[in-house]
Design a protein around this ligand. Structure first.
Ligand SMILES: NC(=O)c1ccc[n+]([C@@H]2O[C@H](COP(=O)([O-])OP(=O)(O)OC[C@H]3O[C@@H](n4cnc5c(N)ncnc54)[C@H](O)[C@@H]3O)[C@@H](O)[C@H]2O)c1
Length: 243
């Protein structure tokens, strides 16, 4: 098991890709802090994995810091942060106003900064850390009806590169995984669900993506053996977008 003895925080762990990642990291031996705005969902996942549930909003600095504190109180260290929490919107460009723009950016980009900030001090102290952001291939493809999301995910890629540069000397790596459209509760509840068959026709591997297709890529980047990879974006989308 690649993560035996490791402690991993997974945000957005109540459902979808975050939940599959929490399951996979646990299967690889990690103790899990399952973080979500949906406290009940986080609680369910945490109880299945014998982990810690943290009801938190990643766009709140206070909640992000509490997330790190509660994990340290329970487990004494933080080896891994996977930030999968995000709002995945479907909104036409003409409907985007500044309030909506700020709402998406505050969770999808500010949240990525806040949770990374919250874990980097204890990681520095330990001289070890793995930060994995969940970006999106939509940022590369310029997918329609996702304006603020594309901007946020592009920002997450920039943040990942900055974190890699700033934190490498402390033994901390930072990478991003960019999934393609994946069958999650969030996406299946929006008109994006109608795009699966068309996107499949553009993929090299012709089937719909499941959260379990993404989780092993994250598990590798969360492991010690990925230590010579940092500041990178790994696209996991069955060959849809080839950067
Ligand atoms: N599903 C896809 O097609 C797809 C494709 C590319 C990238 N992604 C990315 O993968 C990640 C997971 O997506 P998903 O499809 O599983 O989403 P989802 O909507 O199914 O789940 C997202 C989870 O994040 C939580 N969350 C939302 N805002 C939060 C906040 N402010 N604080 C804490 N938790 C919050 C939600 O409660 C939910 O449990 C996201 O970063 C998303 O951008 C998804």
């Amino acid at each position: 098991m690649r993560l035996e003895g490791r402690v991993a925080i997974v945000t957005g762990a109540a459902q979808g890709i975050g939940r599959a990642i929490a399951n996979k990291l646990h299967e690889e031996g990690a103790s899990i802090a399952a973080v979500d705005l949906n406290g009940e969902g986080a609680g369910k996942v945490a109880s299945e994995l014998d982990g810690l549930a943290i009801h938190a909003d990643i766009s709140s600095e206070g909640d992000a810091n509490r997330m790190a504190r509660e994990t340290l109180d329970r487990y004494g260290k933080i080896d891994v942060l996977v930030n999968a929490a995000a709002i995945v919107p479907f909104v036409s460009w003409d409907e985007v106003n500044f309030a909506y723009w700020r709402k998406i950016i505050s969770v999808d980009l500010d949240g990525a900064y806040l949770v990374s900030r919250a874990v980097e001090r204890p990681m520095r102290g330990a001289g070890y850390g793995r930060i994995v952001q969940i970006a999106s291939n939509a940022f590369l493809a310029g997918t329609p009806n996702m304006g603020p999301y594309l901007a946020a995910k592009g920002g997450v890629v920039g943040l990942t590169r900055a974190l890699a540069t700033e934190l490498g000397k402390y033994g901390i790596t930072a990478n991003a995984v960019a999934p393609g459209i994946t069958r999650t509760e969030g996406v299946l509840g929006t008109p994006h669900a109608e795009a699966f068959d068309f996107v499949q026709s553009l993929q090299a591997i012709p089937r719909h993506a499941l959260p379990e297709d993404i989780a092993p890529v994250v598990a590798f980047l969360a492991s010690e053996e990925s230590g010579w990879i940092t500041g990178q974006v790994v696209v996991a989308d069955a060959g849809h977008v080839r950067d």
